[in-house]
Design a protein. Sequence first.
Length: 298
Amino acid sequence: MRVLDVGNAELPFGGKVVVFGGDFRQTLPVVSKGSRAVVVAASLCSSYLWSFCKVLRLTKNMRLQVGSSTDNVEELRKFSEWLLEIGDGIAGGENDGEVDLELPADLLIQDVTNPIKTLVDVTYPDLLAQLWNPEYLQQRAILTPTHEIVESVNEYVFSLIKKDERIYISSDEVCSDDRGTGDGDIHSTEFLNSIKCVGLPNHQLKLKVGAMVMLLRNIDQSRGLCNGTRLIVTDPGARVIRCTVLTGSHKVDRVHIDLLTLTPSDTSRFPVRFSRRQFPIAVCFAMTINKSQGQSLS
């Protein structure tokens, strides 16, 4: 663009119009181990480009109103406004960034003795009877903020399925170009096995017939096997896992999941580059809030 018009030489992107889209309340930058100040400094609003931006706001929530009755529309409108007030920092009156909010009673589970059991019972009522119902499963998920809570919830739901359990152990090794440098020699296989990170299956993967799982890698887009696709295990074999697709246009298709050799996407967090040969799936009756992006849940 600067070559075509020298007058654009000092303009951002050479004078080309660029659109930044999204809800900035939901898409804050992720800075590993960053403080609040570091995260704010990494946001678009802190960039020198912000002074060149013109903000356009969407004011009508169309998605929540489709197919709803008049009463539901009004209820959803109030709920939407309440969420926006929280995002704008004006809910609960004047505050310095921290405020106590009163949650609507219909969002709360009032009678709680065992939190995980109660949450599962509310989200997945009559689970065992509905285990092979694609519509029932694809509309439901428990969302949590951390991977530790995800594992706790999934382990509880997994224990409810009265089927034989099969355990798959990964094969982990230091990448070949790191061998011989001295770094790869000091990290034992046990250390590599203990590493848990986003986008990489755990060293130990437990499966049963009827377990709901999620793909962690793009395998075959034409068959709907993409990162985030949910499936239900029909036959946990020794070398291949047979599943039925629960979501997307290929729902109820039967597919085979093979072993893959995977490497962490964020290598800077680890002292050595390593690979893990494992099935690229994880149990997903619960998932993190970030992982739920793109899912259609009722």
